[in-house]
Write a protein that binds this ligand. Structure first.
Ligand SMILES: *Cc1c(COP(=O)(O)O)cnc(C)c1O
Length: 374
């Protein structure tokens, strides 16, 4: 049953979460800025950030560094640019980057690590997207002059395509220690690292403690309209700033965006547990629909991926069938559908999504059965 904790007063004060009545579960990128964010944006004190003179950006960067227990931070236009900047800083042309097969840097960043940073992804397949040290160690290149060299390990926490799965802070620290001993840097694609921290019951600084760099998104579950950040040492951020400019990401009076980012960073992590409860409720509801497959215990954060093979529909067909009923989802594999919970879908939206899903699947089963009888 929906509980008191699944409603969010700040959100209730806004116009309805989606004015068209759509329950948009495609991604947590669809979140829209709160009234408080819009006000802060309107009133933001700004300056030229390429000249380091935007006080709102500077404050955001100082605070992000503090929260992550690192020396410095940099505001970047997108998560993809943040990851690319980190990869560029830590590698030379011709190096290899170890990452998980279904990781964002491998699948959804337009091969930028190759096209722009000049690196080869060297993938390993992790159980639930989570790499162990032996899996990483197995693909490190030996130091031989005619082999390309491994420079970087890139982890993803939470892991998007594996269904929001988690590395614990200890697992990450252990991988970092061993990677450093092998002469490698470790970058975290922490697009949803606050979801990970909330689910693990730790501070993001614990996850970040041994990492050389972390990218996190303000624009996803934290609800800011635009922006991501990279954090690391002073030396790392100094180089990151150069590459941000080179990649076209040097922005001017960008305090208008950082103002929303500051609120997202301070306020939003506190409410991510609501999204996780809603995801759990979705997973339990889906598990009760005959012919849909999911283990609710595998859902740890705000991402719910289920299998629809037994419905007779593939994932694209199922998403297309849901859409006219105002429930939007994404296919992530031929028979996998993803729902992502976020601050613009409250508990009633979750119940609505389950109702529609049940009705659509039941109807298709009826059609399949009558077709079979003909
Ligand atoms: C969304 C996302 C990114 C970055 O996305 P942008 O759209 O470029 O901000 C990076 N990694 C993961 C795992 C993501 O989910």
């Amino acid at each position: 049953m929906p509980t008191q904790a699944t409603t969010d007063p700040d959100r209730e004060l806004q116009s309805s979460p989606n004015d068209s009545g759509v329950v948009d579960l495609r991604s947590d990128t669809v979140t829209r800025p709160t009234l408080a964010m819009r006000r802060a944006m309107a009133e933001a004190e700004v300056g030229d950030d390429v000249y380091l003179e935007d006080p709102t950006v500077n404050a955001l960067e100082r605070r992000a560094a503090e929260i992550f227990g690192k020396e410095a931070a940099l505001f970047v236009p997108s998560g993809c640019m943040g990851n690319l900047i980190a990869i560029k800083v830590w590698t030379h042309h011709g190096d290899e980057v170890i990452c998980e097969e279904r990781s964002h840097v491998n699948l959804y960043e337009l091969a930028s690590m190759s096209a722009i940073a000049g690196c080869m992804p060297r993938v390993a397949r992790g159980e639930d997207g989570i790499l162990t040290w032996p899996q990483i160690e197995a693909v490190i290149r030996p130091t031989i002059y005619y082999d390309s060299q491994t420079a970087l390990v890139c982890l993803e926490n939470s892991h998007n395509m594996a269904g929001g799965t988690l590395y614990t802070a200890d697992q990450i620290t252990d991988i970092c220690e061993r990677a450093h001993a092998a002469g490698l840097k470790v970058h975290l694609d922490g697009a949803r690292v606050f979801n990970a921290a909330v689910a693990l019951g730790v501070e993001v600084a614990q996850i970040a403690s041994n990492l050389d760099s972390v990218m996190f998104c303000l624009s996803k579950g934290l609800g800011a309209p635009v922006g991501s950040m990279v954090v690391g040492s002073h030396a790392f951020i100094e180089k990151a700033r150069i590459y941000r400019k080179m990649f076209g990401g040097g922005m001017r009076q960008v305090g208008v965006l950082a103002a929303a980012g500051r609120i997202a960073l301070e306020e939003s992590p506190k409410r991510l547990n609501i999204d996780h409860q809603n995801a759990q409720r979705l997973a339990e509801g889906i598990a009760q629909i005959p012919s849909l497959r999911i283990d609710p215990r595998s859902v740890k954060t705000n991402i719910v991926i289920f299998d629809c093979k037994e419905t007779g529909m593939d994932a694209v067909q199922l998403c297309d069938a849901l859409k006219p009923h105002g429930v939007w989802a994404l296919d992530t594999a031929p028979y996998s559908v993803r729902f992502v919970t976020h601050c613009d879908v409250g508990a009633p939206c979750i119940e609505r999504a389950l109702e529609v899903l049940r009705a659509v699947v039941t109807k298709s089963q009826g059609t399949a059965a009558s077709t079979a009888r003909q």
